[in-house]
Design a protein around this ligand. Structure first.
Ligand code: ATP
Length: 311
């Protein structure tokens, strides 16, 4: 669907995007993730045809951006980070105005506005002035704007930036729903945001791609910290240590003490090993009661920090 090769952008001497290669299939929801200044907005703006690359090629549905930028623009709906909305207009009038600009005629316009009101959750606010809406609702109006021409590709720059937690959940749900039919690329600097919405995560730092993979693979990598927290009843931590220490794949056992009648231990596994099944089997052979077993994961932010520091 989208093929990007050697995409590069210089602002004067600053290299904002540095030889990015990317292939995005139809129906993917891709999260473009990176710290501030990583080059996300610049990349998205080149994909929309808003910025001309300094070098490289963008091909969408086998059409090269250089050959037919207009045809490509018709395939894309774009929601910039701060959606420019006419604050004094009513939502309906604003979207009707956008529909006219997009060439929708006669009955097509109210029909499309109705569809977008349903899709983006705008039903109760169509006749309110934009200026009176919360940031979350304004963002939904921006989404409806981007979706007006029913584009095949939706590009969203930090769509949840500045929203409160409830609004974030609502926007995520709308994006996931849209993503069942469209190809979506969204940027964010919050890893959990990409994880919640996207099937694939592309991490960029200093203009380069440093990770490109499924969200599942990234999450699995996060679990390789190799520490397991265990809570037991019917024994004390010191007593349980030797048994757990003898389990295959266990490197070390720390007795973390007792609380609320539960003996707590932390088991460190050999690198690349998950000893949970064997630990469970060992505990099952005793008369202790296993009340907790949790595999420690690196926090998303830690992982993100490690990845962006390394490169
Ligand atoms: P943010 O999350 O802060 O929006 P970003 O990942 O979207 O960051 P970009 O906005 O693409 O990053 O910026 C990438 C680099 O290019 C940064 O170093 C930025 O300062 C620089 N830059 C961006 N726009 C311009 C511009 N118009 N002129 C000069 N430098 C720019």
């Amino acid at each position: 669907m989208i093929h990007v090769e050697g995409l590069t952008k210089y602002y004067g001497d600053i290299c904002a995007v540095d030889h990015i290669d990317l292939d995005i299939r139809r129906g993917e929801i891709v999260g473009l993730l990176g710290p501030n200044g990583a080059g996300k907005t610049t990349t998205l703006r080149m994909l929309t045809g808003y910025f001309t690359p300094s070098a490289g090629q963008i091909t969408i549905k086998d059409v090269a951006m250089d050959d037919n930028p207009l045809a490509i623009k018709h395939l894309i709906g774009y929601l910039p980070e701060s959606a420019p909305l006419y604050q004094s207009m009513l939502v309906y009038d604003y979207l009707d105005h956008v529909a006219r600009i997009r060439g929708l005629k006669g009955d097509e316009r109210p029909k499309r506005l109705q569809e977008l009101a349903d899709l983006c959750g705008l039903r109760g606010i169509m006749h309110k002035p934009i200026a009176t809406l919360s940031k979350g609702l304004k963002q939904r109006v921006g989404l409806a704007h981007a979706m007006m021409s029913d584009p095949e590709i939706l590009i969203l720059d930090e769509p949840t930036s500045g929203l409160d937690p409830n609004q974030i959940v609502e926007i995520r749900e709308i994006i996931r729903h849209i993503g069942t039919e469209k190809t979506v690329i969204l940027s964010t600097h919050i890893l959990s945001e990409a994880e919640a919405t996207c099937g694939r995560i592309v991490i960029i730092n200093k203009g380069r791609i440093i990770v490109d993979g499924t969200t599942q693979a990234l999450t699995a990598g996060r679990e390789q910290a190799g520490r397991i927290h265990i809570g037991l009843m019917g024994t004390d931590a010191q007593n349980a240590r030797p048994l757990l220490g003898g389990v295959t794949g266990v490197r070390e056992v720390d007795a973390a003490g007792e609380s609320d009648g539960i003996a707590r231990l932390t088991v460190t596994c050999q690198p690349g090993t998950d000893a949970r099944a064997d630990l469970y089997a060992a505990i099952k052979s005793t008369d202790w009661i296993l009340v907790e077993m949790t595999r420690e994961t690196k926090t998303l932010e830690t992982l993100f920090g490690e990845l962006t520091r390394e490169f």
